[in-house]
Write a protein that binds this ligand. Structure first.
Ligand SMILES: Cc1cc2nc3c(=O)[nH]c(=O)nc-3n(C[C@H](O)[C@H](O)[C@H](O)COP(=O)(O)OP(=O)(O)OC[C@H]3O[C@@H](n4cnc5c(N)ncnc54)[C@H](O)[C@@H]3O)c2cc1C
Length: 404
């Protein structure tokens, strides 16, 4: 199945990493994914295997014990992993975003303290912007930090933390109006937000004084990985756990993290779509109707042609967005386009593979049933389709400003 989604110009090291990951996915993830997903069971053995492969430190610089690889290598690994089971890519994604934010914005002490143990997979990261009343509109965040001597006291409720229970470090975005009048804070909501690095015990309940992780949210798909709320009630965080050491920069730090996260979600869409294509093309050659394999009916061949074209197009855009970031250029336009296209195409390819399976696609015995419940998450996470189109539209108007 190697014909689709090839990437030209990879180094020997990149090819070696990808082939190792692909092998791991085929042997250790695909055979157990559907069963674990149906039980909503955390894939501990798979996570241990990823730790051994060094995947938790893939993009963390070598000086901190990571592999120091590029965003492209990371995205291609995520594509492979999501081909096996999207939830597993979710386990490493928030970790990767937090490690990236630390690398880009952390103080030296914060990097030294967290990155080596994050590279080893011993500390695992989650990131938290969303609240019960907001997701797209980050500027409306209501959780608050108030300074009290050398500490900050945090209060508020967060929603939808991927890895909220299993993580031991959460990057939490809250409002910190310190130094601003209420009028200034209201006029510049983005300038009055701060990211706190909150360490906690993994698990549920009161995981640190003032910090509660109530339990797992029951989801339609994307199971296995825990998604939780987070409640801060007088949570005290020392001032040296403000990301970068300076308040008021949280919004920009988070947006930087989400931008690489978008390439990552695009990569997931590519991986899930590839798997759906593999399942569809295989089933179409085995199922017979009207005296021949359904793959010999032109209507089904057309579906396969459309699916494969979408897999190729999404992969090309995802690779382009990752390479742009790796070259040091701004990639918000490309990342927004890649995330938008890959998630929409993923949903369509999965639906076509589901249709090819006829009634069996509706049975939990078939893998496509799981993919059908997983694909919609990609339309929402790291910014909905509407939010991507807002980003793309704004950037296009900057690039193509009317010179009248
Ligand atoms: C399984 C899962 C895991 C998640 N993990 C995390 C996580 O780890 N950390 C985290 O912080 N968040 C996480 N999220 C939250 C996710 O980022 C939000 O759900 C997402 O940003 C959308 O926000 P919302 O759900 O509040 O929808 P809303 O913002 O309420 O949007 C509702 C609808 O209105 C549309 N809309 C909103 N504003 C506009 C506009 N201006 N113009 C046009 N249409 C608009 C949206 O596109 C959407 O269709 C997760 C969500 C899920 C489902």
């Amino acid at each position: 199945m190697a014909r689709l989604a090839q990437t030209a110009g990879l180094t020997d090291i990149q090819q070696e990493i990808l082939s190792t990951v692909r092998d791991f996915v085929d042997k250790e993830i695909i055979p157990v994914a559907t069963e674990l997903e149906h039980r909503d069971e955390y894939p501990q053995q798979i996570v241990d295997g990823l730790k051994e492969l060094g995947l938790f430190g893939l993009m963390i610089p070598e000086e901190y014990g990571g592999l120091g690889e590029s965003l492209l290598t990371y995205a291609l690994c995520v594509e492979e992993i999501a081909r096996g089971w999207m939830s597993v890519s979710g386990i490493i994604n928030t970790h990767f975003i937090v490690a990236y934010m630390l690398k880009q914005h952390g103080t030296q002490e914060q990097k030294d303290h967290f990155l080596p143990r994050m590279a080893a997979g011993d500390i695992r990261g989650a990131f938290s912007m969303s609240e019960p009343g907001l997701g797209s509109d980050v500027s409306a965040i209501t959780s608050k930090a108030v300074k009290d001597g050398e500490e900050y006291v945090l209060n508020g409720q967060k929603m939808w933390l991927t890895n909220g229970g299993t993580s031991s470090l959460v990057a939490v975005l809250v409002r910190s109006d310190e130094g601003l009048t209420p009028e200034e804070a209201a006029a510049k909501p983005h300038k009055s937000m701060t990211t706190f690095l909150v360490e906690k015990e993994p698990g549920f309940g009161e995981v640190r004084p003032g910090l509660t992780i109530p339990g797992k949210i029951d989801k339609m798909g994307y199971k296995g990985v825990d998604t939780t709320e987070l409640i801060m009630d007088g949570l005290r965080i020392p001032a040296n756990r403000v990301l970068g050491g300076v308040t008021g920069r949280g919004f920009y730090q988070m947006m930087d993290g989400v931008e690489v996260g978008r390439v990552n979600v695009a990569a997931r869409g590519c991986g899930v779509a590839q798997r759906a294509f593999e399942l569809g093309v295989s089933y179409a050659q085995q199922r017979h109707t009207f005296g021949k394999p359904i793959a010999q009916h032109q209507a089904i061949q057309f579906k396969l042609a459309e699916m494969a074209t979408k897999v190729e197009a999404a992969h090309a855009m995802m690779v382009n967005a990752a390479r742009k970031k790796d070259s040091g250029e701004r990639n918000d336009l490309e990342a927004g386009m890649a995330k938008y296209l890959a998630s929409e195409y993923c949903k369509e390819v999965v639906e076509d593979a589901f249709r090819i399976h006829g009634g069996y696609g509706f049975s939990k015995e078939y893998e496509i049933e799981r993919l059908y419940r997983e694909a919609p998450m990609l339309l929402i996470g790291e910014g909905t389709a509407e939010i991507q189109k807002m980003i793309i539209g704004r950037r296009l108007l900057e690039e193509y400003r009317f010179q009248g």
